[in-house]
Design a protein around this ligand. Structure first.
Ligand SMILES: Cc1cc2nc3c(=O)[nH]c(=O)nc-3n(C[C@H](O)[C@H](O)[C@H](O)COP(=O)(O)O)c2cc1C
Length: 188
């Protein structure tokens, strides 16, 4: 079996949901962002990365997302929205939102997803914990949605597609769950 540092990082990476309070270093954020910007993209880099490290704004996003979740048809999301203990950002000190230009000549979902995965892998490679977070996007469906867009200075016409949180791990990472077999077809 071939292995190297890149393959080890890919195998090792797990979603982290418990973080130390300490902020990660600026040079770590720079390395993570650079990896995001080197992702493959079909839209000629029509993406934008918003780094949020302001505690008050992170809490506002958490509360607005939970408010958004309370309006959803999906029972599981409603329950999380109503759970006082639940923090959809897991109290991580850093959140990155990856947005894409809605007027780009190709849909930006794939570009932004590729960038987000690069952020996660770069974080793992330098010992920073991370978790991809869908839930916080519900903040933009809440009554505070427009206010938050302005506060986050999202570029005009850009849609927040994906987000991830980052921080030093305070989780014991268990064994990596085996991936399902039989999900590959070879035609040779
Ligand atoms: C598009 C997407 C959205 C996700 N949203 C959330 C989320 O809102 N909250 C969360 O705790 N994990 C979220 N995750 C993380 C997944 O739960 C996690 O990747 C999955 O359980 C596999 O575990 P692993 O990342 O440790 O391999 C998301 C992952 C993806 C790809």
């Amino acid at each position: 079996m071939i292995t190297n540092e890149t393959l080890k990082v890919i195998r090792q990476r797990r979603s982290i949901r418990s973080f130390k309070e300490e902020q990660i270093k600026d040079e770590e954020i720079q390395a993570i962002l650079e990896a995001g910007m080197y992702a493959p993209n079909a839209g000629n880099q029509a993406w934008h990365f918003t780094v949020i490290q302001n505690k008050k704004l992170l809490e506002k996003l958490n509360l607005a997302a939970k408010q958004g979740a309370q309006q959803m048809d999906i029972e599981h999301l409603r329950a999380l929205g109503n759970d006082k203990e639940f923090n959809c950002l897991y109290h991580a000190p850093t959140l990155i939102i990856v947005s894409g230009d809605e007027k780009a000549f190709v849909p930006l979902e794939a570009d932004c997803a590729a960038a987000t995965q690069n952020l996660l892998l770069a974080a793992e490679s330098i010992g920073v914990g991370a978790c991809w977070i869908f839930f916080v996007l519900l903040a933009f469906n809440s009554p505070l949605g427009t206010e938050l867009r302005n506060e986050l200075k999202l570029p005009e016409g850009y849609k927040p597609y994906y987000t991830a949180v980052f921080g030093y791990k305070d989780d014991i990472v268990g064994d990596v769950q085996d991936r399902k077999p039989n999900l590959i077809t070879y035609i040779r």
